[in-house]
Every structure is written in C-alpha cells, then in structure tokens.
Design a protein around this ligand. Sequence first.
Ligand code: SAM
Length: 273
Amino acid sequence: MDRLFAYLSKPKPYEPSTHPFWDDEHISKGMLEAHLNPDRDAATRKHSFVKQSVEWLCKMFPSQKYPKVLDLGCGPGIYADLLNQKGYSVTGIDISERSIAYAKAQNPNNIYFCMNYLNCDFPAEFDLILLIYCDFSVLREDERQKLLRIVFKALKKGGYFVFDVNTLKFYQNRPEEQKNWYLNEGSGFWRDKTYLVLESFYIYEPDVFLKQYVVLEEDLSFRVYRIWDKAYTEKSLMEELKTVSYSECRIFEDVCGKKFNEDSRTMCVVLNK
Ligand SMILES: C[S@@+](CC[C@H](N)C(=O)[O-])C[C@H]1O[C@@H](n2cnc3c(N)ncnc32)[C@H](O)[C@@H]1O
C-alpha cells in the first residue's frame, strides 16, 4: 500500500511507466483494434485523414523521386500499406509485436521490423522518413535528440523527415491538473479482469504534460502507465532542431499540408537533408 501511495503523488518529470505500454500482451489487443477502427482518432487517426495525408505526401514527395520510405512507429501499417499501393517501398518499425505481425500478414511487399526505433541504426538509404501522430513529443529530451541523430543518419542527402507534434494551443483549454477514478468490471482496455483506474493529468511548466494511469487489480497489484507530452511553439521546436543540420525546414498545421497559423493545435515539420 505504501508503494501505491507513493505513485499517487505527482511524479518527477519524465519518470517512466512501471510496465511497457504499447507491447503489453493485453493492451496491444485493444490498441490494434483502435488502429484499425476507421472512424476514431485513436491509435491511428481517422482513416479518412490518413488517406488525405498519404495524398499530400505523394504530392510533396513523388514516389518516382523519393521511392524509399521509413515509417517509424508504423503500427499495423495503415500508412505503410497505402504508401506501398502508391509505388513506394516501405520499411516499417514498431515496438508492438501484435501490430507488426498484422502489418506483415497484410502486406508482404513491405519490410517490417519489431523493435524500438531508438535502437535502430540505418545507413543513409531512405528518401523519406515519417514519424506520425505526435510520437516525437512523448520522448524524453535525450531520446528526442537520439532519434534526431538516427533519422539524420538514415536519410539520403536531399531526403526528407516528416513528423508532427502538439502545440501549446492543444492544451490551452484543458482544465488545471486533475485526478479521477473509475472501476472497470470485467475485461477492459487496461486488463483482462476487473480493475480500478486512478487517472491523473499533471502540468509541468512551461510545456510538458503527463497523463498518468495507475491500474489496480483486485489482488492490489498495480501498474503505472505514464504518457508524457511536450507541446511546442515554432520557436521551441526550432531550438531543439539546432543540433541537426538540415538545409530547409517547413512548417504545416498537419500531415495533410494544412497551412500553419497561431491557432493550430498541431504542427507538422518537414526537414530536408
Ligand atoms: C500513436 S501510434 C501512431 C501509429 C502510426 N504512426 C499512425 O499514425 O497510424 C504510435 C505507434 O508507435 C509505436 N511506438 C511507440 N514507441 C515506440 C518505439 N520506441 N519504437 C517503436 N515503435 C514505437 C506504437 O506501438 C504505435 O504503433
């Protein structure tokens, strides 16, 4: 109980989860369903958005000129599949075995690896590298820098890196820090038997946010999942990208190429090596 109480106060910035999230045997089932649900912005955005996004990517980076794509955090391959249909050869990386197994079964043309993208090490062989759905900003600062180096190395000269993040506007209308709880009877998103969730939302000024879920089972064992998010302004993002020497940086509102403005809740960054 003492241990549990310790987990109920505000954690230090970037304290990790106690258990894996994306590749948990049970959670990954719900995640796969969420990816495949075309009508929800869940693990993947609504599939109508993804299609629009792929159209924009094809226009910006035609497959004839930019044929080799690396999709970091590809999930079950929703983007990778559509890109392959448009003529790209896609390598997808994801930490979830369940998602990668699905992606492989769906599309034998693409190459898929189940691994942590922070551990990948490719030579300069890709024309286009994607990290889509605000995955950059869940990482700690040292991990973000590591990923920037990995991506820069893996890109051919002239290649592009496209990723998106939440802006501070995304959090503007959120309430102050919050705590909440609910009881889930029977199997649910977090576990396959009855559990209690103690949910908290914490703000770390000026721009880091945490959603924490303490999931408690009937035998009083518990797991703590922490989803960190750093929200950016154009300025704070540019500051972070200073360590890698891209020749050009363009900003859009989203990965469909919508124009960025001061009210945009997301920011899509296009970097040219
Ligand atoms: C929010 S989902 C986005 C999926 C996909 N990019 C899309 O837009 O459909 C994040 C994905 O990244 C994967 N992921 C999270 N952390 C990862 C890591 N360190 N290495 C590899 N994959 C990771 C998750 O398993 C999940 O499939």
